[in-house]
Ligand binder design. Structure first.
Ligand code: F0G
Length: 353
């Protein structure tokens, strides 16, 4: 939107952050709510996509990061740390550059997409690869922040959720009320908790007449909220949500219970199929983890759940360009038709006339 100031300035009076905090912003938020003809047709409802890949570093993390980094800077932090499956580190590195802070990133070795690694590197992060998974990295980041002068900006920092809840505000501001159902991917469970904060705050303020039913979807190899038990060795091609012991477990369960919602698991094959269909049918290219909510909606329909007549929002959390390697796995050779610079040859190869 023209003149959009970023989520801290746009929603400052609704955020629980100290007074007088100067925003460290890349004008995040204000992302489009895109009507899906495909999914509206399939469901008989009205389905919108909240396209969070349109944020400055390509994921919803920027909403929480502007808030957390603004407060960290206000409090005098000179360095910041996070554990990440890729997007949080990309976002933190960018906002640290903007804030003039030193970013330190802990990531599971070999499990971060090339695009996300590139973002952290180019923004100047110090990157530490851990022989372990995200859950190990998060424990280390927390302990580092206890013993050393580095500000922790994972979503265990409550200011992150303050920033991320603005996505719910934007949805209600756009639709005029809360949707009936909200679907989204769940990993460390910060985002579903943040949406619930936002929706309940708007209802309590009278800006919405209701709150949506929250449905969270995890990859079947990393589905602790579905089974109720941590996964010691989480595994999924959707590396962004390859998390076995989510930090916001309790908050996410509260969002589920208070909203009358549920968690469910989807397979990697369902996730990648949903990713491809969304790109081909709606023109929206999201990263694999981001398609978990779409996969969940398709699975619900296949199992006989009705969305007919409902207003539905599905958050697609990150941009498809974050992980092109995984996206292309299901396709054949990319340039399988090579011709000389000759129009007739190109036309023949393309099957025209
Ligand atoms: N989708 C994407 C693209 C993500 O990067 C994440 C989390 C999620 C969904 C899940 O959100 O953790 O709030 O439940 N990525 C974190 C990271 C863990 O380090 O970038 P959540």
């Amino acid at each position: 939107t023209h003149g959009w100031r970023g989520v801290v300035e746009e929603y400052r009076e609704l955020l629980d952050i100290p007074e007088g905090v100067e925003a460290v912003t890349l004008r995040e938020g204000g992302t489009p709510l895109v009507h899906s003809e495909w999914l509206s047709g399939l469901t008989g409802g009205t389905v919108h996509l909240k396209v969070e890949g349109d944020n400055p570093t390509g994921s919803f993390k920027d909403r929480g990061m502007t808030a957390a980094m603004s407060v960290a800077k206000h409090e005098g932090a000179e360095a910041c740390v996070c554990a990440s499956t890729g997007n949080t580190s990309a976002s933190m590195a960018a906002y640290a550059a903007k804030a003039g802070m030193k970013p330190l990133v802990l990531v599971p070795q070999g499990k971060i997409s090339a695009g996300k690694m590139a973002q952290a590197i180019v923004h100047g992060a110090q990157i530490i690869m851990v022989r372990g998974n995200f859950d190990h990295c998060l424990r280390m980041a927390r302990e580092l922040s206890w013993h050393y002068p580095v500000a922790l900006v994972n979503s265990v920092n409550p200011v992150r959720l303050e920033g991320q809840k603005t996505a719910a505000f934007e949805i209600v501001d756009f639709l005029g009320d809360a949707p009936d159902v909200h679907l989204l991917p769940v990993g460390n469970a910060g985002n579903i908790s943040a949406y619930w904060l936002g929706y309940t705050q708007y209802r309590d303020l009278g800006r919405a007449t209701r709150t949506p039913v929250m449905r969270g979807f995890q990859a079947e190899g990393a589905a602790p909220l579905v089974t109720g038990e941590p996964f010691p060795d989480p595994e999924t091609k959707a590396t962004a949500i390859r998390i076995g012991n989510p930090a916001s477990w309790k908050l996410a369960e509260a969002a589920r219970d208070e909203s009358g919602g549920r968690f469910a698991a989807v397979s990697d094959a369902q996730i990648l199929d949903a990713q491809r269909q969304l790109a081909a049918r709606d023109g929206v290219f999201v990263e694999p983890a981001s398609a978990a909510g779409i996969a969940g909606l398709l699975q619900d329909l296949a199992r006989g759940e009705s969305y007919a007549g409902l207003t539905v929002v599905v958050t697609v959390t990150g941009h498809g360009l974050k992980d092109t390697a995984t996206a292309l796995e299901g396709f054949g050779p990319v340039a399988d038709t090579v011709v000389d610079p000759d129009v007739d040859e190109a036309a023949r190869a393309a099957g025209l006339g």
